[in-house]
Design a protein around this ligand. Structure first.
Ligand code: SF4
Length: 323
């Protein structure tokens, strides 16, 4: 699906910030830091929104705040036209009921004592669906996700990682979500199974009219199934763009470094960019642009002033003084 063909905005995040506490500065003052800050993104119905960035950049924290698993202190979330001003208000409950999450490690997401059938049926049982209907739904979803009747009787330790991930996908689909959050869904799988599960995700999205919010390090997967890309660094979005624009004209030096690190052909045409240093600690962030200690195109202003959003093309925003 192309960016221009997307439906109206379905999930809007506006200036969202999540603060964590970390001990005490003095007897009366707690030490706190921003884990994510100033996040504004727009997710359209039926799109695959991709969030990329190094480990520790705040991607999972952001998703947990959207799903009410972390409290957010600033900003708001607009879901299906209704505003969530604070964590866990009634609209937030509605968002949580419409959303499901697929985690990185499928075996850890399933109860080791349940058969795959029991795991798929469990959310239906919690919603009061009768035994006969549960069995019919589980078998139909298993068939759709490529699990045989025989595999349904096995436990997670008795099947492969790919089969467990298929069971996780069948399980989350059983309650008909509108939006699926996919947190590195392919990372724990081997290369051949990754391709099969990626194909399955595309089919399920089409068949169930789903919206995807994908967290990944896999830029080939983003290129294959993404619609919009946002790049996160040290708790901030530094660039966002429709997928085609992002891959043809990545503007932020950090985005360029990420793309240049992919060894597969067709992602990056220039020389490899090797970044020095680490993502800064949120407890002691640098002044100005948070990326300046590692940036290979740094200007004098970058150490003093944080860059604001610049629109460089339709739907393409970048936070950098070069623009
Ligand atoms: Fe580099 Fe400056 Fe742009 Fe930050 S604002 S990415 S330091 S050029």
């Amino acid at each position: 699906m192309r960016f221009e063909d997307l439906d109206v905005s379905f999930l809007k995040i506006q200036n969202l910030a999540v603060k964590f506490h970390s001990g005490y500065r003095s007897f009366f003052r707690r030490l706190s830091f921003y884990a994510v800050r100033n996040i504004s993104i727009n997710i359209n119905r039926k799109e695959t929104f991709c969030l990329i960035g190094e480990s520790g950049s705040g991607k999972t924290t952001l998703v947990w705040a959207i799903l009410g698993l972390h409290l957010f202190q600033e900003g708001r979330i607009v879901f299906d036209g209704q505003t969530i001003k604070q964590s866990n208000d009634p609209v937030h409950q509605k968002l949580k009921r419409s959303a499901q999450i697929v985690f990185q490690d499928p075996a850890a997401s399933l109860d080791p004592f349940f058969t795959l059938r029991q795991s798929i049926e469990e959310p239906l049982r919690a919603r009061g669906v009768g035994k006969k209907d549960r069995a019919a739904i589980a078998e139909s979803l298993a068939a759709k996700t490529g699990l045989s009747y025989e595999l349904l009787q096995r436990r997670p330790s008795e099947v492969s990682g790919g089969q467990n991930q298929r069971a996780c996908i069948a399980r989350v689909l059983s309650i008909k979500p509108d939006i699926l959050f996919l947190d590195e869904p392919l990372t724990a799988l081997d290369a051949i199974v990754q391709k099969q599960v990626a194909k399955l995700l595309c089919e399920m999205k089409r068949d169930y009219d789903l919206t995807y919010f994908l967290i990944t390090h896999d830029l080939s997967l983003v290129k294959e199934i993404g619609t919009t890309v946002a790049v996160m660094y040290s708790g901030r979005i530094v660039e966002k763009a429709p997928k085609e624009i992002f891959f043809s004209n990545p503007c932020h030096p950090y985005s360029q470094a990420l793309l240049s690190s992919v060894l597969k052909p067709g992602i990056w045409k220039g020389k490899r960019i090797v970044l020095k240093g680490e993502v800064p600690s949120p407890l002691n962030p640098p002044s100005g642009c948070l990326f300046h200690p590692r940036c290979f195109r740094k200007l004098p202003v970058c150490e003093k002033i944080a860059p604001e959003s610049k629109t460089v093309a339709t739907g393409h925003e970048v936070f950098c003084h070069l623009f």
